[in-house]
Unconditional design. Sequence first.
Length: 470
Amino acid sequence: MKQILFCISFVLYAAQLKAQEKQVAIIPQHNITVITQEIAQKYSLFTNVAGFQRAELFQSPDSLFTIEISFKNSTGFYKNRSSWTYQEISHFRDSMSLIISNYRQEGLNQDGRTMLLVGNTLVGLGYYSVASTIYAADKSNGAKLPIATYMFSAAASYFLPYYTTMNRQVTRAQASMSFHGQTRGLLYGIGLCNVLYNYKPTYPEGYVYSISDEQRKIYDKNYETNKHVELFSTFAGGVGFGLGGNYLAKKQNLSIGQASVHQLGVDFGLLQGLSCIMLFDITGKKATWGTVLGSGLAWGVAGNYIANQRDYPVGDALMIRNALLLGSTLPLPFIAANDPSDEKYYIYGVAGGSLLGLAYSKLLLDERSYTTGDALLVSLGEISGGLLGLGVGYLIMPEQHTHPAYIITGGTLGAIGGFALMKKYVSGNVYKKQDKISYNFQVNPLGFFQESLYTSAEYSLPAVMLHVTF
């Protein structure tokens, strides 16, 4: 009878836990859902638990967390469960993340080396080799030197970083920052060239056939010089910003999520600078490029500051991007409904709405965190909802009175709906701070039958548990 009661109680207890709990990432900063025996041995975690097998984290509807530690001894395989509050689990996660980060910093971590080599090779094939080939073609009369230059440059874009990183630390954050720095560095290179370099005079418009042969030779030489300066500037910008991004990620010990937040700040700043050019009718090469590059630099510094405030997972960076895109569309239906004659109002709306989305992302991520998979689901929901809304808006638009407000409004409402729906769907993985008093009472049947299961009080299970959070 005692055995039957034990089995029934165990089944009911397990069923209750399964219905109420949902597994969440135990160390989201490093995308670790389960601490396996291999992970624990690698980073020296849970060394005080003899026979450790795995550790998992579950969240209940009242936002309390339960850590389940599985271990094995001479008598069998067992599980120890303990309930923690949000504050306790946050401290646990930060401690585990710090141990892993310090381990990777002290050891030779090359998790991102493959990513670095692939990114560097793509940029090399796409630009470095092309720029070298153009320069070689201008300095030679045949096709042999330019073709050989392209081949050598393409090969160097892989073998050079392969050799230099053979015995160096290369994290995923370093690889990501390197690729982002190279691609944006090309833009900064040509921009700084337009701001700082005094271009030599070339052919004036409308006077090509009315100048002397001597003057034409001067213009041809000036044109070639200007082109080579631009090629060198973009080349140097890509290499310099790529190395700078790599160094910054290593010096600040950024995670891949923190690197993504920093990169988002740079891109957001470049787009805001472009908006300022169109809104304020900024003309001239120096003023135009200076505005774009200055805005990108300022927002890049701000993004780096935000990234260093906490260890952001990649999912959080994606959620910031989702909020920015959603916020940029919010003012558009109101603008389209008023049918403005000046298209600048749309630019005002996108620029202002993106700032609104940035503010919302701060509230969205306040003491909360999203996994990469959850953030991608929200992204897909936002995009799919927007497409669905565009289609519905187009269908309901009267044929006698076509107006873009129908389509724009439908797309915006669809994006909002898709974002809200998927955010609610993944809300189980959001870690919320407890602001009110919360009670959690549990009865563990295993606690009444554990005399023969454990030989040490360290692994004993409580029969009755009461947690009060306030």
